[in-house]
Design a binder for this molecule. Structure first.
Ligand code: ZN
Length: 337
């Protein structure tokens, strides 16, 4: 009951990359960088285990950003001439690479970190990848000329990598789809189809993470405009409940999401956000247990997985560690109660 996990990313140590940043520059290159990534992956496995988490991740230590980490391994994308593009419905600008030809994987994307993690933990292991709709929203296109075609092309590549990860011994493959909270009608038209294409044929647990973004200023400002009740999930959860994806990761604590919307995910495991990533204030175990209790009104106890609201990449390291501990301690308290 109440197996704990995190959305995925964790802060990078200062010797690996710039700290407190969403798009940090690496501190080294070549073989030195590969070694630093390996060390950081091991460090975070240990921290997650010591905190008492049940399903651990590689902390996304081997990728600069949750979307571009995947894109760098694909042929047909020009990273040399990035262009400025408004993403998430123009919520903020990002410098994005450009699709310039047919897409093809150059090789495996996350095999190295997945195998390192698998070799060093006996806990269940989760690896995250960006979902097709979010990728399409974070890249410019000069080749396919059609969003859906482009999303399906990415979904095919995600599927190839996901099948490889499954063979590497990964227990949970999670696709991150923050764009699902922005383009709700497209989610129903093609977003879920593309997601299922990415997960096709997988026998391991599949998950989709849908959030209101990292705790960066552009997201905090956007949240201010969403009103007293955030009902975006209401438009997409019924369709997601019918999909083949097994788990849904969502925001709960300190968000304006009405908790009863979780009822719409009948039949799914629900990863309930009980840790706020937009605040440096560390939750108490009591607060975490109270959030779990609130969610229990709408999610059966065997389907409730306490989790973070989103990734912790831009957060200070010591705060992230304290929050991991609060997550595990809060779940333990809820179990006892
Ligand atoms: Zn997120």
């Amino acid at each position: 009951m109440f197996e704990t996990t995190i959305a995925g990313s964790l802060p990078k140590p200062f010797w690996l990359a710039e700290t407190d940043k969403l798009w940090p520059a690496w501190k080294s290159s070549g073989a030195d960088l590969e070694k630093a990534k390996r060390d950081a992956t091991l460090l975070w496995l240990k921290e997650q285990e010591d905190a008492g988490l049940d399903i651990v991740t590689d902390g996304e230590q081997s990728r600069q950003h949750f979307v571009h980490g995947f894109l760098e391994a694909i042929e047909g994308i020009d990273f040399e001439h990035k262009v400025k593009m408004g993403i998430r419905d123009n919520r903020y600008d990002a410098m994005v690479p450009v699709v310039v030809g047919p897409l093809r994987l150059k090789g495996r994307v996350h095999q190295t970190e997945a195998r390192i993690a698998r070799a060093h933990t006996k806990k269940k292991l989760k690896i995250t990848m960006p979902g097709p709709m979010t990728i399409v929203d974070t890249i410019a296109d000069r080749h396919y000329g059609d969003k859906v075609k482009l999303a399906m092309a990415f979904a095919e590549l995600l599927n190839q990598e996901a099948r490889g990860l499954e063979k590497d011994g990964v227990d949970v493959i999670q696709f991150d789809e923050p764009a699902f909270n922005v383009y709700m009608s497209d989610v129903k038209k093609w977003g879920i189809k593309a997601l299922e294409r990415a997960a096709r044929g997988l026998e391991c647990t599949t998950c989709v993470h849908i959030c209101y973004g990292y705790g960066i200023k552009a997201n905090l400002d956007w949240k201010e405009t969403l009103g007293g009740e955030w009902r975006q999930y209401e438009q997409i959860f019924p369709a997601l409940a019918k999909s083949r994806i097994k788990q849904v990761s969502l925001e709960c604590i300190h968000s304006h999401v009405p908790p009863e919307l979780m009822k719409l995910l009948k039949g799914k495991d629900v990863l309930v956000g009980v840790i706020d990533v937009a605040s440096d204030k560390v939750e108490t175990p009591q607060e975490v247990a109270a959030t779990i209790k609130r969610a229990l009104k709408y999610v059966p106890r065997n389907r409730l997985f306490p989790c973070t609201n989103c990734g912790m990449a831009p957060m200070r390291r010591e705060i992230a560690i304290a929050k991991l501990k609060a997550l595990a301690a809060g779940a333990a308290l809820a179990r006892k109660r």
